[in-house]
Ligand binder design. Structure first.
Ligand SMILES: [Zn+2]
Length: 283
């Protein structure tokens, strides 16, 4: 059976609603994939609410995305904000001689009452080559320090850089609430993160056919460390892999995760909801 989109601009069909409301822990409503119409924030929020995804963390990780995020959280009470300079953005800003002024802007906005996350920050050895590693690592350390100074949660981007991410978090001292966004490690890494008290946020990748290693990692993650996210517009869960992602597609990921964890769907929904509030505070 091949799924077909219908009804609304070719977007995937609406999944069955979740029995208990959950939070999408990481979404980029400011990013539009090439060839797509922009997804209006109010529309994204309304579509998500219909399926029980009532709140979300909007992440802006370049200066334009950060400005978008501040405006969006001021208008939409369902949203919290995450702001940072992405690990692939830091070397570009440094090369342009604009990194210091960009840091000043992140720092200025980090104390906004509904900016509750510094992120996504971390390391990306896939898109940034060896020449950018040093500046990327300095940028990661700067964001860790900012999260601690402002009392915000930290959301980590880790692409092909597991060992250095874990090492630098240990060297700097991780903030009390540290979230591995779009967790991509194996079972051993999941155990290490849980032992250190980090939270593991799983994206649509956990539903992919070839992602057995990731499902194994989820299976050993304590229920009170588990979060869910879309990373929309990227990483659309099965059966819509390749289509444009949006927060209303979280139910596919939740249902797959409940199966892996061996818990009922309402149990997972309640856990994700409670843990999201524990990490970010009430909103
Ligand atoms: Zn992201």
């Amino acid at each position: 059976m091949s799924p077909h989109s219908s009804g609304h601009r070719g977007l995937p069909d609406r999944p069955d609603p979740l029995p208990i409301d959950v939070v999408d822990n990481h979404v980029h409503l400011d990013i539009t994939r090439e060839g797509d119409e922009p997804f209006d924030v109010a529309e994204a929020v309304a579509r998500a609410r219909q399926v029980g995804v009532t709140r979300m963390v909007q992440v802006g990780c370049d200066l334009d995305g950060i400005a978008f995020t501040i405006e969006a959280i001021d208008r939409h009470p369902e949203l919290l904000g995450g702001i940072a300079l992405h690990p692939n953005e830091v070397p570009c800003l440094a090369a342009a001689g604009r990194l210091e002024e960009a840091y000043a802007e992140v720092e200025r906005l980090a104390t906004h009452e509904r900016v509750r996350v510094i992120g996504e920050t971390g390391l990306d050895y896939f898109r940034t080559g060896p020449e950018g590693v040093a500046v990327q690592q300095d940028g990661f350390r700067w964001h860790i320090d900012l999260a601690k100074r402002t009392g915000r949660a930290l959301q980590i981007h880790d692409r092909d850089a597991h060992d250095d991410v874990l090492r630098i978090l240990e060297e700097e001292g991780a903030p009390p609430r540290t979230v591995m966004h779009c967790f991509s490690g194996d079972m051993a890494m999941a155990r290490t993160c849980a032992e250190r008290g980090y939270y593991l946020s799983f994206a649509g990748t956990v539903t992919f056919k070839n992602a057995k290693g990731l499902r194994d990692a989820l299976s050993v993650t304590p229920l009170d460390r588990v979060l869910v996210e879309t990373d929309a517009p990227h990483l659309t869960p099965a059966p819509w892999r390749g289509a444009t992602n949006a927060p209303y597609l979280v139910p596919h990921t939740i249902r797959a995760m409940a199966g892996v964890l061996g818990v009922a769907v309402p149990t997972l929904c309640q856990a994700v909801s409670d843990t999201s509030e524990a990490v970010y505070g009430p909103w």
